[in-house]
Design a binder for this molecule. Structure first.
Ligand SMILES: Cc1ncc(COP(=O)(O)O)c(C=O)c1O
Length: 384
């Protein structure tokens, strides 16, 4: 049974840090990508069991933690991972920032497909790399890679790295094996390394099947794959992510780099929570996916009936809906309407880089139906 929890006043960013980003409090928040749901009780039981020990000295990751992850990836995604390929990163975002430093030099070009999770854009900027954006093509609200543009931009910028978002936040695409194969082939042809952020890989819907980048890659492809249990099981606070590097030379570079940061292992709570999630969380995950998909279909039907001009992207992966309001609102009218009149907080399309022409919002669906109904009601009631 999925349990909605009241999070206001807990110090969480989604509910308690609205003022910093939106300059006002009291908005109904549908922005930050975490869930308003209590985690699986196996996770809280495991963490409580650890806390009851009462001794918190230096600890390493148990073998059982690696086994649980390896078994999960094999069972859920058909991916065989050797224990020796796995490294630690506190977050996926820190992981792709490290990977960028390992796989490129200052001044090198880094390509992304926009719109994309904005820390990708910042990673290039913060590490002194040149950001190159290849715009995804929006065809009837579903998004596709423009392979010709992608390749041309790689050639003209001499890009060294591609940061891939798979599934893709914010446009909810789960890339097919054919699409990944083509992206990887272009990267191989031009000696572009791939950083694959697969944090949303367990959150797929309908017929969408996630294909791990390492399954689509050929021998010798330069790939660093990143994933975690954090998004899947709502345990981002525990700062535990997986870096998977098959190529021994890149692994060596990773080890040298992280030795310089003295960063080789994480926090025992992160290991324990992650292991419990992978071992026992499957049923909870299945229920949470149903709740999310139910929120999506509710919203889709509600827009179709009351705001038929809203173009909602089909939900394939992630729990983030992507909606274009340009039939009703100009880009400059979007935030004032949503924020000042409806008192709602979203991630706005303009945050996600590239050539932003529509009036997009990203809606976090991992909340109660009541909140989704409340949100839709505020939009419908407000005449424009
Ligand atoms: C694509 C993507 N990568 C990474 C993250 C965050 O990862 P972490 O909290 O592990 O740094 C998010 C969170 O929304 C995300 O959507």
């Amino acid at each position: 049974m999925i349990e909605y929890t009241e999070r206001k006043g807990t110090g969480c960013i989604k509910w308690d840090a609205l003022e910093e980003t939106f300059g006002t409090d009291g908005l109904l928040p549908l922005w930050v990508a975490d869930m308003d749901f209590r985690v699986d009780r196996h996770i809280t039981d495991a963490v409580e069991g650890y806390l009851k020990r009462g001794v918190f000295g230096y600890e390493g990751a148990p073998d059982s933690y690696y086994d649980a992850f390896i078994e999960w990836e094999k069972a859920e995604h058909g991916l065989s991972i050797d224990r020796e390929w796995i490294r630690y990163s506190p977050g996926v975002v820190s992981g792709f920032n490290f990977a960028l430093q390992i796989l490129s030099e200052p001044g090198d070009a880094v390509i992304v497909t926009t719109p994309v999770y904005y820390p990708f854009l910042r990673a290039a900027e913060n590490n002194g790399r040149r950001l190159i954006c290849s715009e995804l093509m929006n065809r009837g609200s579903r998004y596709y890679v423009d392979f010709e543009d992608f390749e041309q931009k790689i050639i003209s910028s001499d890009a060294r790295v591609f940061i891939l978002c798979s599934p893709h936040n914010p446009v909810s695409r789960v890339w097919s094996a054919e699409e990944l194969t083509e992206l990887l082939a272009i990267c191989r042809k031009h000696r572009v390394a791939v950083i694959a952020d697969e944090i949303h890989h367990d959150l797929t819907f309908g017929n969408a099947v996630h294909v791990p980048t390492l399954s689509a890659a050929a021998e010798g492809d330069r790939v660093i794959m990143l994933t975690a249990a954090s998004k899947t099981f709502n345990i981002a606070a525990f700062k535990n992510s997986f870096v998977i590097i098959k190529d021994p030379e890149i692994r060596e570079e990773w080890d040298r780099f992280t030795a310089g940061l003295s960063l080789s292992s994480g926090d025992p709570v992160g290991y324990i929570a992650t292991e419990a999630a992978y071992r026992y969380g499957k049923e909870w995950l299945s229920e949470v996916r149903d709740v999310i998909y139910g929120n999506y279909t509710y919203l889709r039907d509600c827009f179709a009936e009351h705001l038929p001009g809203v173009r909602l992207t089909p939900l394939e992966g992630t729990y983030l809906a992507w909606a274009d309001f340009s039939a009703y609102l100009k880009p400059e009218e979007l935030q004032p309407f949503m924020q000042d009149r409806c008192r709602l907080a979203f991630d706005y399309g303009s945050w996600f880089g590239g050539d932003r022409s529509g009036s997009f919002i990203r809606i976090n669906l991992a909340t109660s139906r009541e909140n989704i109904e409340d949100m839709a009601g505020r939009m419908i009631r407000e005449p424009d």
